[in-house]
Design a protein around this ligand. Structure first.
Ligand code: FMN
Length: 170
């Protein structure tokens, strides 16, 4: 039996939910990370992915300007990063510097990869679609990287609760 609930209250039924970190370069030369759950692969050949970003986010402003970003899959050790990157804006804080998060240069685009993440995807925007208060950006994955050491990726289990889930590397 189902009970009617407003959308805002029923959204928690979707947990556990995957979480990602979207990184975009800003005009000050900083790489700004933002936590994001609303992400999905959309094509195998060419490799494509879509993300949904709120209009008020600094990340939205930056993607509109840069047209490219990295999507990082946080490993189980990165709950602190997801929390900080999802509750502070890069307009006010250099988030990577604040936590001392390890990075390394991306291979194709002007960006960084998160060294301890389970995987990192370098992406170039190909299309966008306004959906209510968010913009969906579709992007081609131009390079992908995987961390053989970090085999547990992070999931959001509930409000501010995070846990690792093992994935199959075959
Ligand atoms: C677990 C989690 C998932 C989130 N998912 C999204 C998302 O998919 N899209 C979005 O626009 N904001 C999402 N947010 C909110 C942004 O991460 C948050 O507003 C962030 O502070 C924006 O940073 P920015 O202003 O530097 O872009 C999420 C936050 C958390 C904690």
């Amino acid at each position: 039996m189902q009970t009617a609930k407003p959308y805002r209250e029923s959204r928690s039924a979707k947990y556990p939910e995957s979480v990602h970190i979207i990184i975009v370069k800003d005009g000050k030369g900083r790489y700004n990370p933002m936590s994001a759950s609303w992400v999905m692969f959309t094509s195998i050949e060419p490799a494509m992915i879509a993300i949904s970003v709120g209009f008020e986010r600094y990340t939205y402003e930056l993607i509109e300007k840069q047209g490219e970003f990295v999507i990082s899959i946080p490993s189980e050790t990165m709950a602190r990063e997801v929390d900080c990157f999802g509750s502070n804006s890069g307009r006010d804080l250099d988030k990577l510097k604040e936590l001392g998060t390890a990075t390394e240069p991306a291979a194709v685009i002007d960006n960084v990869l998160l060294s301890d993440a389970s995987a990192n995807y370098e992406c170039r925007v190909t299309a966008s679609l306004k959906t209510g208060d968010h913009m969906i950006f579709a992007a081609e994955i131009v390079a992908s990287h995987i961390n053989a050491e970090a085999i547990q990726r992070l999931f959001v289990l509930g409000s501010k609760q995070y846990g690792g889930v093992k994935f199959d590397q075959d």
